[in-house]
Design a protein around this ligand. Structure first.
Ligand code: PMV
Length: 322
């Protein structure tokens, strides 16, 4: 089901794609280090239909200013007719929950369907390329989660865990993507309300990684992500929580936390086995693993601290036509 291709279809076409939550290894994954993430059960829906001019949700100016749409048109819809694009999203924007990757995956799947169908490895490559063109920097983690669904790991083939899905990128910029098992836990993601801006954060952290302390930082990010992956494989929630905290120390060290995010992590602590920033940081969201039976308490604590919390399960499938 998950790995089925997107079939060909006539316009109008509607597709929906899940958001994502990064558990281990954001930022370091841009430098080819391991990452662990899951697609979450909040979705963006994209509909395309013929129109006299390009429009997003009825507005031609929104189509002209949307860098993701413009990149997708250039790369995946060359010579194609103008379309009306309608986007309805339950994923808060700029929250670190992958709203842009879900939009791109929905759009790429719709274009692929209109052009006779597309397989998922191709779609993963296309969605990454569009995001990279629009954002200038980044890894294929978010777009692969939106395309594949479920739990994924990038760049951990040495550990030989999971099932290989695809390799994305080219030359030295190459990432391997594998599907891993679902430990069956509920994750709580809490949006701070502070928007984050991925491109500038990735560039700033890139400078840290290029500094003399960079190699040691990258080594520690990789070590924590690999240990996190193994703890999840053993379904050891306590150890996974401890490693989430260690990952957060590294995110602090590279400068992507924020007092508001630290306050949410503190608020979560009594009901959580571990908590960290998820995504590019500097704003956006945290993710926490609840102590067994304390999911509702964790959600309440984060809401009282002023965040918008979501108790999330993995989205079992990636982008699909509706
Ligand atoms: O905050 P988001 O959802 O854009 O996630 C960014 C994750 C990074 O590792 C910082 C960048 C990337 O492309 O992997």
């Amino acid at each position: 089901m998950n790995d089925t291709a997107i079939p060909g279809r006539a316009l109008p076409i509607v597709a929906r794609a899940p958001g994502k939550c990064i558990l281990f290894g954001e930022h370091a994954v841009v430098r080819a280090q391991p990452e662990v993430l899951l697609a979450v059960d909040v979705y963006t829906q994209v509909a395309i239909r013929p129109a006299p001019e390009w429009r997003v949700n009825g507005h031609p100016e929104s189509a002209a200013s949307n860098a993701y749409l413009q990149a997708a048109i250039r790369e995946l819809w060359a010579g194609g007719e103008p379309l009306d694009v309608t986007v309805v999203s339950r994923i808060p924007r700029a929250s670190g929950m992958g709203s842009s990757a879900a939009f791109i995956a929905g759009l790429a799947a719709s274009f692929g369907a209109a052009r006779g169908g597309v397989d998922r490895p191709t779609l993963a490559q296309q969605a990454f390329s569009v995001e990279r063109t629009a954002q200038g920097v980044g890894s294929p983690g978010d777009t692969s989660a939106a395309v594949a669904g479920g739990y994924l790991t990038l760049n951990t083939d040495v550990a030989a865990v999971g099932e290989p899905l695809w390799t994305v990128g080219a030359g030295p910029d190459r990432w391997t993507v594998r599907r891993i098992g679902d430990p069956g836990w509920v994750w709580v993601v809490a949006f701070s309300g502070l928007p984050k801006d991925t491109g500038p954060k990735v560039r700033a952290v890139g400078e840290k990684f290029a500094s003399p302390e960079g190699p040691e930082l990258l080594r520690r990010f990789a070590e924590v992500a690999r240990a996190g992956l193994h703890a999840m494989e053993r379904e050891d929630a306590g150890e996974t929580g401890h490693l989430l905290d260690q990952n957060q120390e590294l995110l602090r060290a590279v400068g992507v936390s924020h007092p508001r995010l630290e306050a949410l992590i503190e608020a979560a602590r009594p009901a959580a086995l571990g908590a960290k920033v998820t995504g590019a940081g500097g704003g956006g969201s945290i993710v926490a693993l609840a102590r067994p039976g304390q999911e509702a308490d964790l959600v309440r604590r984060l809401a009282r601290a002023g965040a918008v919390p979501f108790a999330t399960k993995p989205a079992p499938v990636g982008v699909q036509l509706v």
